[in-house]
Design a protein around this ligand. Sequence first.
Ligand code: APR
Length: 245
Amino acid sequence: MDSAFAAIAERLKTATSVVALTGAGVSAESGIPTFRGPEGLWQHYKPEDLATPQAFARDPRLVWEWYDWRRQKIAPASPNPAHEVLAQLEQIVPDFLLITQNIDGLHRLAGSRRLIEMHGCIWQVRCLTEGTVYENREVPLSLLPPQCACGSMVRPDVVWFGESLSVEDQARAFAAAESADIFLTIGTSALVQPAASLPIVAKDRGAFVAEINPVPTPITPLVDSHLQGAAGVILPQILSILLKS
Ligand code: APR
């Protein structure tokens, strides 16, 4: 396994363009539950009851209660070594882009700035009348559902199932995947589109694709290197080899 780490560190050293895609697994070591798998949130909750525009139209208070609960779990969490290494890679690689499906804000907290939060951010809300987006960090929320200063209800500024991602974010993410030398897919089940297509696009365009995950995923057979294990353990080892070389 050490040689696989060294091979990736060597590639990172000479790469011009690196894209990393992260999913819930990258925040697991910060104590934030993932969605799938035996302990995943979707074992206990149904996405169609809580994470769709229809669910919000039907029962905004229920949806907000769930987000308020998630905000309470995320608020005390700190970035773990995986978030920290990805923030450092941004300083080392000439052209680095981090694309995350996570809405927890931990990559930004770790210092990542060349970052696309594809599914939005749990700390931003959007007014249903004005469309204004602004930060709301109240934990727990004192009013459910929370309101905008205009008196209208707000919603979490996240992308729910059945909703489209920002056109700009999507275009930027796919353009980066197409021109990447190295594409890292980390802590994602690679099941949710369009994020799941990014490593495939990168591979088709000639990138070296490496996956970090404790278990195989649907894209494992396609990747050049599958590093089996926790992101918070593997990424620091790769960075340490890279910094020493
Ligand atoms: N390090 C790396 N990977 C890990 C770790 C870890 N410490 N712990 C768990 N994983 C892996 C799991 O094996 C799994 O493959 O992280 C993955 C998490 O998968 P999901 O829970 O499906 O999360 P994700 O891929 O981010 O989900 C995508 O689905 O429900 C929606 O909008 C939600 O953004 C989310 C999207």
